[in-house]
Ligand binder design. Structure first.
Ligand SMILES: [Zn+2]
Length: 68
């Protein structure tokens, strides 16, 4: 799994060297800095993506809007 440097979305790829982002279509070299985690099963990876995204939503909801 890697994070696209262009659009910031998390994507899953079966390749170990390159991944194509399904959101913006850019081809990303999978350096260790970009790879978030690797999984043996695609299902584990998609679970992980879902958790990451829900966490992000929670952070947005908690808000850094400037007012408590
Ligand atoms: Zn992208």
């Amino acid at each position: 799994m890697f994070k696209c440097p262009k659009c910031g979305e998390f994507s899953i790829t079966s390749s170990r060297r390159y991944g194509r982002c399904p959101y913006c279509g850019s081809l990303t070299a999978l350096t260790s800095a970009r790879v978030i985690a690797s999984f043996d099963r695609a299902r584990e990876a998609s679970e992980y993506v879902r958790r990451l995204k829900s966490k992000k939503v929670d952070l947005d909801r908690l808000g850094f809007s400037g007012k408590p």
